[in-house]
Design a protein around this ligand. Structure first.
Ligand code: TTP
Ligand code: MG
Length: 584
């Protein structure tokens, strides 16, 4: 239960309301505890002695207490909901904020599907527990102790019944708890699996359709779903046993009380009202115990959720800024790799990049060429310090990127990632995402440079065109151009375009590069598969399986690098139909 209790710490800012609520419950229970005594009075002193005034007076008291109880009950519900909903919201915000602070390395390990389950289902469970604690569990101690004390005070002789019943009840509860706890953990695992299958399926629903694998998917989902059902049935059946068992004990208790009490009454040693009051206290005690134990079982179920939330909340970003990290430095745009070796998984034998050395001077246009999987994206991701190197240094303006504040560094680097991610919202919103205070003119200028302006103005709503589910869907090449505009808008000192024109036709690509030359006086890194993209670069880096095999201008490489010549021949050389045309 430690994780769920830890998350209940989120009640702290609302401690006043979180105290008043249960206090109201306490008063409600106290008022409830008085009722059986009043019933006893009516029976033993009112009815038995024919004192109608006493019956009416006591009846009015009971009514008054009942109304008071309802009011305090409503108050408790009001505060309980007020606090619990805030706890739920705060936990969700904390979790979301934490996810934003995590590094690429952390995020690689947490799948999106699992994060969504944590943010929704798991947080919900925690909110539910907060509500139950404030509204129901807070009743348990008072009702149980009060019921017990009042029962014994009412009739010490019948009170012995409790002593017989209590160990049986507690023993059963503990047994059920232990078992249910473990079983609920498994329910959560199986729910995770259902969510994972669902998420993968929805993300790839077009692939499923294209390959006619719907039946396979239904089967896969069905298996996960059935497994969840089986486990849920098992644990619910176990928990469901608790209720009838308790009812049996309760009824046995009542029968016992009536049996022994009845004998005592006929022998004249006990009054009828005493038995009625005692039975009421017994019921109050057992009911609280039953409901309380249900809440505890519910809490043990939520513990699995709490554990998953706390796991994320406790994770530390893999990349931290040093205390003395440089802020407010304005970059010139020089980028240098010194003996850089890098791998995603430090235990792997084969690093993704090996002993890389190169310098890009401010304003230079650097092209990175290499076959797929050669490490091009990995290389450019090291410049904004998305990951830390295993060995060597990545330098900007002569400073190790690890010595510069991450925010300061990334603010001055514009980047279009290999996968063009756009958000739902307007085109303008998506371009301005790179710099929220950009003016309309700046948005248009960036769009023009990215060769996006022309297609944007063809939409009826132009820059206000909605993208995403409720708006238009863009083609791959159009998305890439919006992503380039987003990278350009911050007027970065270092611009990184990771294969950002791969889905754009050759002519448009050439025009984008021309426009970029006009617009940005920054160091740019262009990752490319096509050699036509790199012809005009100041420097071309040729990567092969994580190793820098050649470096130079097109002319230099044509003379010195056989790897480069091969790529050139395969794409633009004679005999290659489309490449040949592109060359002229
Ligand atoms: P990349 O750097 O992604 O290779 P690339 O950009 O040159 O390839 P492409 O042209 O297809 O975009 O990957 C280099 C190696 O690193 C590759 O073996 C896969 C591995 N890798 C990871 O292990 N984890 C990751 O997150 C990424 C991006 C790559
Ligand atoms: Mg890549």
């Amino acid at each position: 239960m430690q994780n769920i209790l830890k998350l209940m710490g989120y009640m702290r800012p609302y401690w006043k309301q979180a105290t008043i609520g249960p206090l109201m419950k306490l008063i409600e229970v106290m008022l409830e505890l008085m009722q059986p005594r009043l019933v006893q009075r009516i029976v033993d002193e009112g009815i038995a002695k024919g004192d109608l005034d006493l019956v009416i007076e006591t009846g009015l008291w009971m009514l008054g207490l009942a109304i008071g109880g309802v009011l305090f009950g409503i108050g408790n519900a009001w505060f309980g909901v007020w606090v619990a909903q805030r706890v739920e919201t705060d936990v969700r915000s904390a979790l979301f904020g934490k996810i934003q602070s995590l590094s690429f390395g952390n995020l690689d390990k947490l799948s999106t599907g699992h994060l969504i389950t944590r943010l929704t289902n798991d947080v919900r469970q925690v909110g539910e527990v907060a509500r139950l604690i404030l509204r129901i569990l807070s009743r348990m101690p008072m009702a149980m102790v009060g019921g017990l004390v009042m029962a014994i005070v009412t009739s010490p002789r019948l009170g012995l019944m409790f002593i017989g019943l209590a160990p049986v009840i507690l023993g059963t509860l503990i047994l059920v708890f232990r078992k249910a706890n473990a079983m609920f953990g498994e329910v959560q695992n199986r729910l995770d699996r259902v969510n994972q299958v669902t998420q993968e399926n929805l993300a790839g629903v077009r692939v499923v359709k294209a390959f006619l694998r719907a039946d396979h998917e239904i089967e896969r989902f069905g298996t996960a779903n059935d497994r969840l059902m089986e486990q849920t049935i098992r644990v619910t059946q176990l928990v469901a046993l608790v209720m009838p068992f308790m009812m049996l004990l309760l009824n046995l208790g009542v029968v016992g009380v009536i049996w022994f009490g009845g004998i005592a009454v006929t022998q004249g040693g006990m009054k009828l009202g005493e038995i009625i009051a005692f039975i009421n206290y017994l019921l109050l005690f057992l009911q609280s115990l039953m409901i309380g134990s249900m809440v505890l079982i519910r809490m043990s179920r939520a513990e699995a959720s709490a554990e998953r939330i706390v796991e994320v909340l406790n994770s530390e970003p893999e990349l931290q800024d040093r205390a003395d990290a440089k802020r407010d430095v304005v970059l010139e745009g020089q980028v240098a790799f010194e003996n850089v070796t890098f791998s995603y998984n430090e235990t792997a034998d084969d690093p993704v990049l090996r002993n890389l050395n190169f310098v890009a001077e401010p304003g230079q246009k650097v092209a990175i060429l290499g076959s797929t999987g050669a490490g091009k994206s990995s290389l450019v991701n090291l410049i904004p310090r998305f990951y830390d190197v295993d060995a060597g240094r990545v330098m900007v303006d002569g400073m190790d990127v690890r010595d510069v504040d991450q925010g300061t560094l990334r603010q001055q680097i514009g980047m279009a990632l290999q996968e063009s991610v756009l958000f739902s919202g307007t085109i303008r919103y998506n371009i301005q995402y790179g710099r929220p205070d950009a003016t309309d003119e700046e948005v248009e200028a960036a769009a023009r440079a990215a060769m996006a302006h022309d297609f944007i103005v063809q939409f009826p709503d132009k820059y206000e065109t909605l993208l995403g589910q409720r708006g238009v869907n863009l083609s791959g090449g159009q998305r890439q151009r919006i992503a380039i505009a987003r990278a350009l808008i911050s007027r970065p000192k270092v611009l990184i375009l990771d294969d950002s024109t791969s889905a754009v036709d050759l002519e448009t690509e050439a025009r984008i590069h021309d426009a970029l030359e006009q617009m940005v006086g920054c160091t740019s890194f262009l990752v490319a598969q096509r050699i036509s993209t790199v012809l005009k670069a100041d420097k071309i880096l040729v990567l092969d399986d994580g190793v820098l095999v050649a470096e130079g201008t097109h002319q230099e490489l044509m003379e010195s690098s056989s790897v480069y010549q091969e790529i050139y021949d395969s794409q633009l050389g004679e005999g290659n139909g489309y490449g040949g045309r592109a060359q002229c």
